[in-house]
Design a protein around this ligand. Structure first.
Ligand code: GLV
Ligand code: MN
Ligand code: MN
Length: 415
């Protein structure tokens, strides 16, 4: 497809990114768009309108995954798909996920402008709740598409207010049986996700494109530490079983385990710590932690989890606190399809852009689409590697480059 020249309207795309960032539960520049919040629902309507303006058709499944289709000359062939998410964690920025959705739309429009006619249908997917904020589990929509989260497991999910996924998705207008969400192997001929790198390697090396070969293995465990509460003045130190002191030791033990693997590929984070009863003059009786543990190597990630659990046993005995774990998810890593990775690098070369192969340390919907279709990802630089923060930024040149490479890759795969 060397003769194809996708025409990217980057100014329009940057405006669209800005408008979408303004649909937020927080004041600009902060983007917070939790799944099924008013902001999420308004953002979905806005993006669907842009897609309809481009002459595309829209289908939504029972959990809100949205499939936007550019019909192919041979409509019965399996589609080539792209896409990402538009939900955003609290206090996020404007580019995570959104670049893959609005950039995916612009890739399609650029091919339309170039007069390209796909033989296979091209679909743009907006996945429901890539972020774990509301239901505690990431990639909710793509997990269900890939059969990694079953309808029965989905039906028991609740948010922190006790509202169930079942009620929330129905109120959001997504009805029908959850059983119908699953997609069969081969449903997509290929899937390519455009995303900001969320790391600093491309910018540091002055490269425009990362062709992702592997996606690291994520895991998340909830931990409950139960000790004994009491009066902060009257309860003497030798008598204490302070749940927060136990939790603190556990957090540090997890950090030490991730640091001791001998590779920077192991990472561990405790991003949630709730203390009960949460009064300054009361000894904490209960603490709830949520941990996020990842590695490019699944077995090494599991060894870090095992080290945390054995530290917990020791802390529990020494401090007289009870520590219980609940695994939310422990997913294997994914390997991208070598032919699509190659297509991405060929497309980068045809666009006059430098590229390298790299690993995704963040998880993405591609991790679960890989269960039923060959996948690859296109990374573009983001300033300072910053992500999941309001100052997340990717410049128009980087974004235009990623969209052009995506457009060329889609054209190649759909021809
Ligand atoms: C995705 O947002 C991740 O946490 O990797
Ligand atoms: Mn994210
Ligand atoms: Mn993302």
């Amino acid at each position: 497809m060397a003769d194809l020249q996708p025409i990217i309207h980057i100014d329009t795309l940057m405006e669209e990114l800005k408008t979408l960032a303004g649909i937020s539960e927080a004041d600009p520049p902060v983007v917070t768009r939790v799944v099924f919040s008013l902001a999420d629902l308004r953002a979905r309507i806005h993006v669907k309108e842009l897609c309809l303006e481009a002459g595309l058709s829209v289908r939504e499944d029972a959990v809100g995954n949205t499939f936007i289709r550019w019909e192919g000359l041979e409509p019965d062939l399996a589609p080539v798909a792209t896409g990402s998410h538009i939900d955003a964690i609290p206090n996020a920025g404007a580019y995570d996920g959104v670049v893959g959705v609005l950039g995916g739309l612009e890739a399609i429009r650029s091919l339309q402008r170039a007069g390209y006619q796909p033989r296979r249908p091209i679909e743009l997917v907006i996945f429901t709740s890539e972020e774990p904020t509301r239901f505690g589990i990431g990639c909710l929509g793509s997990r269900m598409l890939g059969g990694v989260l079953t309808p029965d497991q989905a039906r028991i999910l609740r948010d922190k207010h006790g509202d169930s996924l079942e009620v929330l998705r129905t109120e959001a207008g997504f009805r029908g049986e959850l059983e119908s969400v699953l997609l069969a192997p081969g449903h997509f001929h290929a899937f390519v996700e455009l995303h900001i790198e969320q790391g600093a390697l491309l910018e540091r090396d002055g490269l425009a494109i990362g062709a992702v070969t592997h996606i690291a293995a994520p895991a998340s465990l909830k931990v409950e530490i139960e000790g004994e509460g009491g009066h902060a003045g009257a309860m003497l130190m030798p008598d204490r079983h302070d749940a927060l002191c136990g939790a603190s030791e556990l957090i540090l033990a997890l950090e030490a385990a991730a640091k001791s693997t001998g590779t920077i590929d192991s990472v561990a984070t405790v991003g949630i710590c709730e203390v009960f009863p949460g009064a300054v003059n009361s000894v904490p009786s209960k603490v709830r932690l949520e941990t996020d543990i990842r590695d490019t190597d699944g077995a090494r990630r599991d060894a870090v989890i095992a080290a945390m659990k054995s530290a917990a046993e020791e802390i529990s005995q020494r401090r007289g606190v009870r520590i219980a774990f609940e695994t939310v998810n422990a997913d294997p890593p994914a390997t991208c399809d070598p032919a699509i990775v190659e297509a991405v690098q060929t497309a980068a070369a045809a666009s006059g852009l430098s590229s390298r192969r790299m690993v995704s340390r963040a998880y993405h919907d591609s991790l679960f689409v890989a269960r039923f279709a060959p996948v690859a990802m296109i990374f573009i630089p983001c300033r300072g590697g910053v992500s999941h923060r309001p100052d997340e930024y990717s410049n128009p040149e980087w974004i235009a480059g990623g969209v052009e490479v995506l457009a060329r890759t889609l054209a190649q795969l759909a021809k």
